[in-house]
Design a protein around this ligand. Structure first.
Ligand SMILES: Nc1nc2c(c(=O)[nH]1)N[C@H]1C(S)=C(S)[C@@H](COP(=O)(O)O)O[C@H]1N2
Ligand SMILES: [Mo]
Length: 209
């Protein structure tokens, strides 16, 4: 067959950030083992610089009763696959900020998961109306490997900023690197700017060392 008979390349999907390709199926990607959900001892905590100076926690029943919403959002893994058009249902991060307000000096949050996984976020990214503690994708409860009972989705950032198996939110008065941010990944992680690796950080984009 000659070159002229080759099909033209399909136009690339405008939802794909630079360097990303659309993935069929839904791969599970994480560091370490999948934790087992223990409903009797599970809780979601908020600690650190809360306005009340007190820690707050929801057990599973209380968390399940929080206000819920649905957000349509893509998921971009830094390894270059993207999952387009997901419908995430869960509790908006902004609702948790309303229920447990941070003290005025808070600039960042650390979101903690089982086994010590963590991701740091600017307060503005956490407070974004599309940032959601998701319990369901496309109407189905998350499976264990995808973060059951709850994972964070931050649509505007690479997916490592969204811990699966979330257990706590720490309000911080200064920035601090999370799990992958300490291991060579970009502190801000905007896929549209291809902020993949920490060596790309400009002055002021990472915490002072
Ligand atoms: N607790 C935890 N959450 C995590 C990770 C992890 O290693 N541990 N990996 C992140 C990365 S790099 C990606 S791409 C997404 C993958 O989500 P998925 O397995 O549901 O596709 O989970 C994120 N959340
Ligand atoms: Mo990832």
């Amino acid at each position: 067959m000659g070159q002229s008979e080759q099909e033209p390349l399909p136009p690339s999907d405008p939802r794909l950030p630079p360097g990303q390709r659309a993935q069929r199926g839904w791969p599970a990607l994480h560091y370490g083992p999948v934790p087992r959900f223990k409903p009797l001892t599970w809780d979601l905590q908020v600690f650190g610089a809360t306005a009340s100076a007190e820690k707050h926690s929801w057990d599973f029943a209380a968390f399940s009763a929080l206000p819920r919403t649905t957000v349509r959002a893509d998921l971009h893994c830094v390894t270059k696959f993207s999952m387009l058009g997901n419908e995430w249902t869960g509790v908006p991060a902004a609702a948790l900020l309303d229920l447990v307000p941070p003290e005025p000096g808070v600039t960042h949050v650390m979101v903690w998961a089982e086994y010590g996984y963590s991701a740091n976020l600017r307060l503005a990214d956490f407070a974004d109306p599309r940032t959601i503690f998701a319990t369901h994708r496309n109407g189905e409860p998350l499976t264990a490997e995808h973060g059951f009972p709850v994972r964070l989705i931050v649509p505007q950032l690479y997916a490592w900023k969204g811990p699966k198996w979330v257990r706590a939110i720490e309000y911080m008065r200064a920035d601090r690197r999370g799990f992958w941010e300490e291991r060579g990944y970009h502190n801000l992680a905007d896929p549209w700017r291809e902020q993949r690796y920490s060596y790309q950080e400009e002055p002021g984009e990472g915490p002072l060392r």
